[in-house]
Design a protein around this ligand. Structure first.
Ligand code: PMP
Length: 361
């Protein structure tokens, strides 16, 4: 392996090196067939195999029941903010949303034109430092769904349990899909941009329960109807072929590691290391309340913005990239998705200790 920096980017994010190597080979010559994966028709037999394999692996890894469709769409997770209510709401219908951060807020805004939106919880006043417990909010009577963001990438908070609600949950899992096991049956719809835990940017995975495909109002355009894509195995039009292919490689890698249970243990172990370092001193202060801490995005502050800037500058020099907190919150954010190596977390912890010693105010 050539020398690689430790890439703490929140997304697009680090990918397994073996996946990159395989993808690089197939970009030049796909499995010795004399053409690039980039040049292949989406209608070809080879690509049909690529997409079917990705769907089957995702179904297997996440234990997705047969009455759910798996779609690979474009437009990013942000398009789903509108596509969900466009398909599942309508005049006179209600949905309940939990406002746990920037991405939840954006989805609330996008839902409003399509029905009645009830915001049952907002973490805005406490700087989105936690997610709510079930029982702290009420799902509005007659709601079509309860919408939540499983992991708040910017603030570093995460739901460690999903509420049991009727009739079903809709979840933006962009930044923690495939990081742990989830009970898919609780969800009517799950979506996730690929560029954090699944592959490169360009594809958005949607997992949707089949009966919901019938809910879409008549006036929704063809490309924005889930059913259009579900009926054609995501091949109604040209899909994000390359992204789907790389997702397939990542899924194979995950399966080879032992699947989501093993992945979850690895993620817990990595996050514990970092949180232990934060809790071991008053120099670093975690942004999230302890029981809402994200295992994917670890957010923390130093005693001053000046020290934070110095920390990030010196960390970058030392080969740690992407640690700057989101512009809306500042501080430091270490994104340690599935493919981020434990060794990188260990090295960051050593760096933090040394930095503190040299820079105590
Ligand atoms: N939801 C979450 C939780 C995210 O972290 C992001 C991107 N960081 C988005 C949605 C938006 O994704 P996209 O850029 O694919 O639209």
């Amino acid at each position: 392996m050539p020398e690689r920096i430790y890439n703490f980017s929140p997304g697009p994010a680090v990918l397994p090196y073996e996946v990159l190597e395989q993808a690089a080979k197939d970009v030049v010559n796909y499995q010795g067939k004399g053409l690039s994966i980039l040049e292949m028709s989406h209608r070809s037999k080879d690509f049909t195999n690529v997409i079917n394999e990705a769907v089957d692996l995702l179904r297997e890894l996440m234990a997705i029941p047969d009455n759910y469709k798996i779609l690979f769409l474009q437009g990013g997770a942000s398009t789903q903010f509108a596509m969900v209510p466009m398909n599942l709401l309508g005049p006179g219908k209600t949905a309940t949303y939990l406002n746990t951060g920037t991405w939840a807020k954006k989805s609330i805004k996008e839902a409003k034109p399509f029905g009645k939106v009830v915001v049952a919880y907002s973490g805005e006043e406490t700087g989105f430092d936690r997610v709510p417990e079930q029982g702290e909010y009420t799902v509005a009577p007659g709601s079509e769904y309860l919408y939540l963001v499983s992991n708040n990438t910017i603030f570093g908070t995460q739901f460690h349990q999903f509420p049991d609600v009727e009739p079903y949950l809709v979840c933006d899992m962009s930044s923690d899909i495939l990081s742990r096991e989830v009970d898919v049956k609780k969800f009517g719809l799950i979506f996730a941009g690929a560029q954090k835990n699944m592959g490169p940017a360009g594809a958005t995975v949607v997992i949707i329960r089949e009966d919901l495909l019938e809910k879409t109002p008549e006036n929704v355009p063809t490309m924005f109807r889930y059913k259009t894509h579900a009926e054609k195995n995501s091949l109604y039009n040209t899909p994000p072929c390359y992204a789907i292919y790389v997702i397939g490689l990542v899924l194979k890698w995950l399966k080879g590691l032992g699947g989501l249970k093993v992945m979850a243990e690895m993620n817990q172990d990595k996050a514990d290391l970092l949180y232990k370092a934060i809790d071991g001193t008053d120099y670093y202060r975690g942004h999230a309340q302890k029981n809402s801490r994200s295992l994917m995005n670890v957010t923390f502050n130093l005693p001053s913005p000046e020290l934070e800037a110095k920390f990030i500058a010196e960390a970058t020099q030392a080969g740690f990239d992407g640690l700057k907190g989101h512009r809306s919150v500042g501080g430091v954010r270490a994104s340690i998705y599935n493919a981020f190596p434990r060794e990188g977390v260990e090295k960051l912890v050593s760096f933090m200790k040394a930095f503190e010693q040299k820079n105590r105010p």
